[in-house]
Design a protein around this ligand. Sequence first.
Ligand code: NAD
Length: 374
Amino acid sequence: MTDIFDPSDEFGPARIIQVREPSVGLRATVIIDNVALGPAIGGLRIASAGSTADGCRLARTMTLKSAAADLPHGGGVAMLHPAPGSPENACRQHRVRALACALRSEDQFIFAPDMGSGETTMAWIRDENGRAVGLPRELGGIALSRIGAAGWGLYHATEVALRYCGFKLEDARVVIQGFGTVGQNTARYLVENGAVVVGIADSGGTLYHPRGLDIAELVAIKAKGGSVVDSSEGERLAPDAAVDLDCDIWIPAAGSDVITPDNAARLKARLVVEAADASLAPAAERYLHEKGIICVPDFIANAGGLIGAAMECRGANKTQVLSAIKEKIRRNTEKVLQSVETDGTLPREAAVRLAMKPIVKAMSYRRWSGLSAD
Ligand code: NAD
């Protein structure tokens, strides 16, 4: 069995591609982790620069996400690094298009939306190389970000996990770190089902109100390019203050490694549901487990976007997608947390065991795998 925190092993990465196109300020790293189950779907991350090691971890998370959800895909990631000296967004379209062109002959990589990218970005890629999911309606997409596919799945993962925590969603106090596509939709589904979102952080700061925040108002502020701290309601705090807020459920929905051994002891929640990939540093995840805080791993809880994307490109409609996300994520969360209850194992260990089964089997059919499915 692979080391659950080391993504460089016999399962991948299959390829690491560095792309440079100085004429448009393009620097990108594309990592294809494992393609035994099918071509890799990888999020396009347009955020602060991440290392290749970070990318390998994200790509492996996608491999596991796809396998756990029974999708005929492997996993990968594309990291578009900041263009030095260029104003943010100034040549984003050129850089994205140049990246898609560079990968024209890489038929084992399909782009999907991730931090900093969305439907429009996917449309540019589809225009250049034809391999993108999470498309606008006009190009056959089903508006996954507006449906809130990832948020819908996160709501169901939370709901199932609460059975193992001994409290109900109704009136549970939630803090969400990150208020983009995933954070907004997760907040919406949780509030619609009785939770009270008391704290939300984005890169501009943290907004806190012990009686609950107005999600619709905050979504409207974000749509105009503002920050949650532009709201006239609630207490305004620093972005990092989200970790200290008193709550029952903490949902990281921004970047990676936001909870580390340095700040894990500050978390007050009884349940952490990982909306962002690799949001918990490995040592922090172990620490929280030892403290009895249940952490539902990223690739189990946040698979809704990937499930939706994989179904969208096969012609599924919104109803079919939402139903599949609900069924797969509830089933997987239940399986993982049952294992935790029975064996006391780390949730991620149980989740990796679950996801690796089809990958090991698929690799056993490949000529060079050297692995046996038995
Ligand atoms: P996004 O770009 O739409 O939003 C990111 C949000 O994080 C923004 O509100 C930004 O202000 C906030 N943020 C950035 N730095 C922050 C900080 N230091 N403190 C607080 N907030 C901060 O991204 P997204 O698509 O919502 O993705 C969020 C996370 O969820 C990513 O880790 C992504 O990999 C993961 N994810 C995305 C999808 C998807 O379908 N988009 C699916 C599964 C998982």
